[in-house]
Design a binder for this molecule. Structure first.
Ligand code: MGD
Ligand code: MGD
Ligand code: SF4
Ligand code: MO
Length: 704
């Protein structure tokens, strides 16, 4: 029977709204929601069909029988596997207390479920991926604006100038944002792109700066210098809503255009020309403060400087600027109910909130959890459930991580695929793919807050389950009170939507429900109370940072140059894959089967490497090496080499992608030790590697 379903894409965590056509057990069409995205979708979104069909994903619960990581599994029924996990969790709770169990996830709109589960179990240790993603920029926004990075919507479509520092948005996609940016460019808007290499975004830009790696903070300081010296800032806004402007003005004195040009390897005249452009375009200028900023030890300050530039532009709550994201309460309407079991009053194992008061308590900082694993302080960590999360793929030095994981009694992976963590775990609980399951209704903040839900399009192909069923059943076995007191998703949806006055049928019209008819914009003259800093002002000098012995206006320090014969390893995404988990997708691997190593032309000449040659790459401790083809180009800074993240997989059951290309995090030896003390993120771009032309290029064909 033909069916049309509205749902939410699950091929990456952007979660675009989709419309799916199916005919009995076959999906015949997937497109972006026509009302919200005009049908647009990316290659990965379309490859969701291949994810469902993929027989190289776990098809039943699996319990490890050999040593960890050896890949010997026995298939188990759901009843047996859940009883096994619940029994182990119960044992840890009895022997060490519930706080000895941690649950990590990829965050996002459904995290309330997993967070509530671990809280109901009695542990405060919910954590997520964000310390290798957006924590630096989130903390930078909190320290300045008192609200987090997702509390703003960027009105790109109406901007006159969008400035992106390494936010490679046409590779690292968000479909709605891409559409808005194209619209802006077609209306004559300007795009300035800053990166250490040329990218899909850079080639669409009106101005491109190829900077020395790790110097974004210097460039941002130089721009602040120019903006203040030229008077290209909104004096009224600064006087009304900010504190510390005099300190900022004094601090930037030294960061002249000439200094900046030298620090960043760019031309002084180009910096000056750019400052004139933003002088003309303000206040409709947006400085994107970054997304994945787990890059350098000063990325927090670089991002803070970009947030400061938005403030100087006076673009808040103005067309073409930064608009506050509104929830139901801001719009005077009632929102949905959600599951929300509060955190037990126990110190977090990662030290966030007590040892590290500078960080937002929310999901904590995952790599700091490893300190507790290592030392047993403040208490032992004995169990880890990774829900839609692959710590071994997303954090550096997986071998060092495995040595620490060996101290734990229980590792559980709830995943649609075999992740690297799953492969090292004790139990894999396979989740049904996003096309095969329902999820809660989600209330998305924005100019018009909206309800969306993920609806099951197809029954599961294999013996897999939805995460809400997995957690519900585990909670029942563990006798956790108040956790999901319902049996079907339909019942839960009804309970969620009831206070809003809307009905579930409304989802069938266009796939989402707007809670208000018109966008809600605050009066830009009346923003008092919106900045949740201790003083209620935008704080150029933050008391919270000062109290934690951290500077607000940190003097610039140049990044260390690579030692002779080594290169700074940098990475990014491709539009054809999501992190590491689509590499084995039957359709996507066909489009991109291997990553390659970008290397500057002059450097390549010295190493006798030509385009397409196989090169060998070695981690600093020489414990990991891999081979991949070279991409020789002028458009990368000579200090750096680049590769797409996610390759170099080592999971034998994923036969298509086994050992294909190189893994950036396996090349990051000791990478767990370098992190940004103010922002919390690991500094993933502070790793240096050695490269050689591979001997394999010389293999001659031998006729037999
Ligand atoms: N197709 C696709 N889209 C995705 C994802 C995906 O996996 N695949 N993941 C999503 C997620 S979770 C995130 S967080 C976002 C991330 O999106 P982005 O924040 O855009 O992050 P990356 O793609 O990691 O960006 C890496 C870029 O930083 C550049 N870079 C390295 N060093 C420097 C430097 O010193 N200065 C400057 N200016 N640039 C530098 C690299 O050359 C590279 O181009 O993408 C999202 N979108
Ligand atoms: N070296 C390096 N490190 C990085 C990055 C980089 O570019 N380079 N990028 C960083 C960024 S921006 C991020 S956000 C993190 C990503 O962090 P990761 O944790 O690696 O995130 P993903 O790969 O998106 O997803 C994790 C797991 O979720 C599984 N999964 C996917 N869909 C589902 C589902 O529907 N249900 C369930 N249960 N599981 C599912 C996937 O199979 C995968 O194993 O990595 C960060 N680390
Ligand atoms: S960006 Fe692509 S993969 Fe990610 S949610 Fe949107 S359509 Fe799906
Ligand atoms: Mo991310």
């Amino acid at each position: 029977m033909k069916k049309i379903s509205y749902s939410v894409c699950g091929m990456c965590t952007v979660r675009c709204p989709i419309r799916v056509e199916s005919d009995d057990e076959k999906i015949t069409w997937i497109e972006g929601n026509p009302t919200l995205l005009g049908g647009a979708l990316c290659a990965r979104g379309l490859a969701g069909v291949a994810l469902r069909e993929d027989d190289q994903r776990p098809q039943t619960p699996l319990i490890r029988v050999g040593a960890r990581g050896q890949g010997q599994w026995r298939e188990a029924s759901w009843e047996e596997a859940l009883k096994y996990v619940a029994g182990k969790l119960d044992g840890i709770r009895r022997d060490y207390g519930p706080e000895a169990v941690t649950l990590s996830s990829r965050g996002g709109p459904w995290q309330a479920l997993y967070k509530s589960f671990i809280h109901a179990f009695g542990s405060p240790n919910y954590t997520n991926h964000d310390a290798v993603c957006g924590r630096n920029t989130h903390h930078a926004s909190l320290s300045l604006n008192g609200v987090g990075r997702t509390d703003f919507v960027y009105d790109i479509e109406n901007a006159k100038h969008l400035v992106l520092f390494g936010r490679d948005m046409f590779s690292s996609l968000r479909i709605a944002e891409n559409i808005k940016t194209i619209d802006m460019l077609e209306k004559g808007g300007r795009l300035t792109y800053i990166d250490v290499r040329q990218t899909r975004t850079g080639i669409k830009a009106t101005r491109f700066f190829q900077v020395r790696p790790g110097t974004d903070y210097a460039l941002a300081l130089g721009i602040i210098h120019g903006v203040i010296k030229k008077g290209y800032y909104d004096q009224e806004f600064i006087a009304k809503y900010t504190s510390g402007f005099d300190e900022l003005s004094a601090f930037i004195e030294q960061y002249t255009p000439a200094w900046t040009a030298k620090a960043c390897d760019v031309k002084e005249k180009d910096i000056k020309a750019f400052i004139e452009e933003i002088g003309e375009d303000r206040p409709n200028v947006i400085f994107h403060p970054g997304w994945n900023l787990a890059r350098y030890s000063d990325s927090f300050y670089a991002s803070r400087a970009l947030h400061i530039l938005n403030v100087l532009m006076g673009n808040m709550e103005k067309k073409g600027g930064l608009l506050f994201s509104k929830g139901a309460g801001d719009c005077g309407v009632k929102g949905i109910r959600s599951i929300d079991i509060s955190k037990p009053d126990i110190k977090r194992a990662d030290g966030v909130g007590w040892k590290y008061p500078q960080f937002d308590k929310g999901p904590g900082i995952l790599h700091l959890l490893y300190d507790a694993v290592r030392s047993g302080e403040p208490y032992p960590v004995k169990g880890w459930i990774a829900m839609r999360h692959d710590p071994l793929s997303c954090m550096p030095d997986p071998e060092a991580q495995k040595r620490l994981l060996d101290k734990l009694d229980l590792l559980v992976s709830i995943d649609t695929n075999y992740s690297e963590f799953g492969w090292y775990s004790d139990v894999i609980l396979p989740e049904s793919t996003y096309l095969e399951r329902d999820n809660f209704i989600v209330q998305q903040k924005g100019l018009k807050p909206r309800l969306v839900r993920r609806e099951q399009v197809m029954p599961p192909k294999y013996d897999t389950r939805a995460s809400w069923e997995i957690f519900r059943d585990l909670a029942r076995l563990l006798k956790l009170k108040d956790f999901i007191p319902f049996d079907t998703m339909e019942e839960f949806w009804q309970w969620q939507i009831e206070p809003t006055g809307h009905t579930l049928d409304e989802f069938d019209e266009k796939g989402f429900i707007d809670l208000v008819d018109e966008p809600v914009i605050f009066d830009p003259e009346k923003l008092d109370g919106k900045f949740k800093t201790p003083s209620g002002k935008i704080e150029f000098v933050s008391k919270k940072l000062t109290d934690c012995d951290l500077p607000s206006l940190k003097p610039y320090e140049a990044p260390v140059a690579p030692a002779a014969g080594t290169f700074r390893l940098i990475y990014g995404k491709t539009p054809l894959h999501t992190q590491g988990h689509t590499i084995n997708n039957p359709l996507l691997i066909e489009l991109m089967p291997v990553n390659c190593l970008w290397i500057n032309t002059k450097v390549a000449q010295k190493l006798n490497i030509s385009e397409g040659d196989i090169v060998d790459v070695f981690s600093a401790d020489e414990n990991y090496n891999a081979s991949l083809p070279a991409r020789v180009t002028d458009f990368i800074h000579p200090e750096a080499v680049y590769m797409t993240h996610g390759f170099g997989k080592d999971i034998p059951r994923q036969k298509r992608s086994l050992h294909s290309g190189a893994s950036d995090q396996k090349l990051m030896s000791n990478g767990l030790t370098r992190w940004d003390k103010a922002g919390g993120c690991l500094s993933l771009c502070e790793n240096f590697i050695r490269i050689e032309k591979s001997m394999r290029n010389n293999i001659k064909k031998i006729a037999i």
